[in-house]
Design a protein around this ligand. Structure first.
Ligand SMILES: Cc1cc2nc3c(=O)[nH]c(=O)nc-3n(C[C@H](O)[C@H](O)[C@H](O)COP(=O)(O)OP(=O)(O)OC[C@H]3O[C@@H](n4cnc5c(N)ncnc54)[C@H](O)[C@@H]3O)c2cc1C
Length: 454
């Protein structure tokens, strides 16, 4: 039962803030989400979440956790126009020169836009009677009682014209303000050390556009992911969304950015190692302008290493770790952090920051290794290429080759990429044997399923 005398404040009403609020609502009598933006009635992108205009895939683990936190969520999404589909069977996955074999699996995905996903999570979270949203209101800074080493609330400023500031007291403040979080600077100002930051620079340049989706496009598949790999390191993603739309994102690393003019964009799609995306967009009707996005680096803040941290304060979601978006992990990591927060709160609020940061760090380790390890295949990405990283990258390339006609391997790989299984599941002797066996033989002629191009 939530404690009626306890109040928590969450900074930011994007996926991270909403999911944190969902977890907090089981324990705090009052949960107030403070958001700088005016939040749209419908499913539109907004200023504070500029990535909302770009392709967002929800990993199978993310959907599973959303269903746990917000029972009935998948059904509700489908009723509103999202299409459920098998991630292993209905999406083309191309990497290391091969398509993964498509085959039925239990990996359920939802074809849905980011604004619709966030808007629906927001509606579901705000239906909880102890959660309240204060929109058009910016948190200027948390308030701290230095003598007690405790955050006691926040100082806010309304964005609707009045220039006065107000204070709001709370027992806990959760910073879910995203990658640009001011928590390191606030800690510094309060006399605490800043968390160690890990930064892997990738200088991604995205461009995204939506198109009208016709049934014959991509042979009825829900999407295609052409992963970045040598020599060009260009990538593309096309995913179906509600209202018969495609969302298409193209991009490249370290300055090789996708163009934002019509011809350049289509030519960039043509330059990908497989023509699935080009074949759709060269004829499809665009329904919005091309939108650019620049993503400079994978960024992780190691709060779990801090020996001193104020009580009554947590950092959550992208403010903790923001991953190269091509791996589609950020929202799912926020989902599993919400489960971790719920579990930590079940054991009380004593030393909550220490316990939560430790749990979150363990959850972040694997997606971080997946993202950074894969990025380090690019010769010009700077970072430690440990023997383990080199081995895993070598092995995954072999696995892709083997999994072009091995449904067991393909599904196992996607289970790991969807954070449903630990990466060690790929090294299980039975899997390793399949990889070895299929790499011994010369590449064989495989039956190309519908949707795949030779
Ligand atoms: C280009 C791109 C593509 C992506 N694609 C995927 C994908 O395919 N799959 C996936 O799972 N993830 C993806 N992500 C990551 C995903 O968008 C984030 O992980 C997710 O939104 C969770 O982030 P967050 O809520 O912690 O922060 P954010 O989404 O950045 O939200 C921060 C919120 O805080 C508010 N805010 C900030 N400062 C204040 C303040 N002072 N006062 C009040 N409010 C404030 C902002 O307005 C905003 O609403 C992508 C990210 C990018 C950049």
């Amino acid at each position: 039962m939530p404690d009626p005398d306890k109040c928590a404040i969450v900074i930011g009403a994007s996926m991270g803030g909403l999911l944190a609020a969902r977890a907090l609502a089981d324990y705090y009598g009052q949960v107030i989400i403070v958001e700088r933006d005016a939040l749209p009635e419908g499913y539109e992108p907004r200023k504070g979440v500029p990535q909302g205009r770009h392709t967002h895939g929800l990993l199978a683990r993310g959907r599973e956790v959303l269903e746990d936190l917000l029972p009935g969520f998948t059904e509700e999404m489908v009723a509103q126009g999202a299409t459920p589909g098998d991630i292993a069977d209905k999406v083309l996955w191309f990497n290391h020169g091969f398509y993964l074999c498509n085959a039925p699996s239990k990996l359920l995905g939802l074809a849905i836009s980011r604004p619709m996903l966030e808007g629906s999570v927001r509606r579901a979270v705000l239906q909880l009677q102890n959660v309240r949203l204060l929109e058009r209101c910016a948190v200027l800074e948390p308030m701290i009682d230095r003598a007690r080493g405790r955050v006691t609330g926040v100082r806010v400023q309304s964005q609707s014209g009045s220039d006065g500031t107000q204070t709001m007291n709370s027992d806990l403040v959760v910073d879910a303000s995203g990658r640009g979080s001011f928590s390191p600077a606030w800690l510094d100002a309060w006399g605490y050390p800043k968390p160690r930051e890990e930064l892997i620079k990738i200088d991604l340049g995205y461009a995204t556009r939506q198109y009208r989706r016709l049934p014959e496009h991509l042979h009825g598949m829900m999407g295609a992911i052409i992963a970045a790999c040598p020599p060009d390191w260009r990538f593309g993603a096309i995913l179906s969304q509600e209202d018969d739309r495609w969302i298409v994102t193209l991009g490249g690393y370290l300055g090789d950015h996708a163009p934002t003019d019509d011809t350049g964009f289509v030519d960039f799609a043509r330059s990908l190692p497989k023509p699935d995306i080009f074949d759709v967009i060269r004829h499809a009707e665009p329904i919005c302008p091309l939108m650019p996005y620049h993503f400079s680096a994978n960024l992780r803040r190691h709060y779990e290493e801090m020996s001193r941290f104020p009580a009554g304060f947590l950092v959550f979601g992208d403010a903790l770790c923001s991953f190269n978006p091509v791996y589609g992990q950020g929202m799912t990591v926020a989902c599993v952090e919400a489960l971790a927060l719920r579990d930590c709160l079940a054991a009380g609020t004593q030393e909550i920051a220490k316990r939560f940061f430790r749990a979150a760090s363990q959850l972040i380790d694997i997606p971080w290794q997946i993202a950074v390890g894969s990025d380090l295949q690019h010769a010009r990405v700077e970072g430690m290429r440990t023997t383990q990283v080199r081995f895993i990258n070598w092995y995954i390339a072999k696995l892709y080759r083997a999994a072009q006609d091995d449904a067991v391997l393909a599904t196992r790989f996607l289970e790991v990429a969807n954070l449903m299984r630990q990466p060690t599941a790929l090294l299980d002797p039975r899997m390793a044997f399949r990889v070895w066996k299929r790499n011994r033989a010369p590449a064989r002629a495989v039956t190309i399923p519908l949707g795949r191009t030779t």
